[in-house]
Design a protein around this ligand. Structure first.
Ligand SMILES: *Cc1c(COP(=O)(O)O)cnc(C)c1O
Length: 228
């Protein structure tokens, strides 16, 4: 069998391995999160059968339907979309990770609603790099306060930062947009937070993200094709 997903996934893995190597990093230090918004359950199953175990979804209703279809597979689900407070319960019950927490109120709800029988919910705070497309995330002034508050909540495990900068074509500009996220993570570490995750880099800028220290790249279209 030689599906496009098969070739695409191999290509993305090669890109990750090559840029890790050229930055003197171990290939295993960069995890691949396959982003599957608008990808059907069939496509996810195909990628899973090729060894991909972590998947990221943006839209709760869409994700829950696919999760039900795929419940026979031990997939690690990551919520990477905008999270409104009326959606926190379902996210706390169904996902292993939430990228993009930007308000303490959301984190408190997730902590309260995380079922006791599940391990702590892994959380990344969304960092607002200037010019960020979505305008989401916290700036560097608010970041330390938010990190302190989130780290103190039970049932959550603060893992690091995520960012989604506005797209740039040139590698140097991509790096420049992502560098503040790495610096922000270092600042939190210097304040005593034990953090292991820098969630940044997509199909278009994963090489720059790896050069700037990404430990998790979130890749959709390069694996599953352009979204229509
Ligand atoms: C869609 C999306 C991605 C993946 O983008 P691609 O260009 O498809 O690789 C990564 N992160 C977030 C938050 C997204 O919404």
């Amino acid at each position: 069998m030689n599906t496009p997903i098969d070739e695409n996934l191999a290509g993305v893995r090669r890109r990750i391995a090559q840029s890790a190597q050229s930055n003197g990093r171990a290939g295993e230090s960069v995890h691949l999160l396959a982003v599957t918004k608008m990808v059907d359950a069939e496509g996810i199953r195909c990628a899973f059968n090729l060894g991909q175990a972590c998947f990221g979804e943006n839209y709760l209703q869409e994700a829950l339907i696919k999760m039900a279809t795929l419940r026979d597979l031990p997939i690690e689900w990551h919520f990477i979309g905008r999270l409104q407070s009326n959606k926190t319960r379902a996210v706390a019950e169904s996902f292993a990770w939430v990228h993009g927490v930007e308000r303490i109120k959301i984190a408190e709800r997730l902590a309260m609603q995380r079922p006791n029988h599940l391990p702590p919910l892994n959380v990344c705070l969304q960092y607002n790099v200037s010019g960020e497309t979505s305008k989401a995330g916290v700036d560097s002034d608010a970041l330390v306060t938010l990190a302190d508050a989130v780290a103190a909540l039970p049932s959550l495990r603060l893992r690091g930062l995520m960012a989604l900068p506005a797209p740039h074509a040139a590698f140097a500009e991509q790096c420049a947009a992502l560098r503040p996220v790495r610096l922000a993570l270092e600042k939190l570490r210097a304040k005593g937070h034990v953090l292991d995750t820098l969630s940044m880099g997509t199909s278009d800028d994963l090489e720059a993200a790896i050069a700037e220290g990404a430990t998790m790249v979130r890749v959709g279209s390069a694996i599953f094709g352009a979204r229509t």
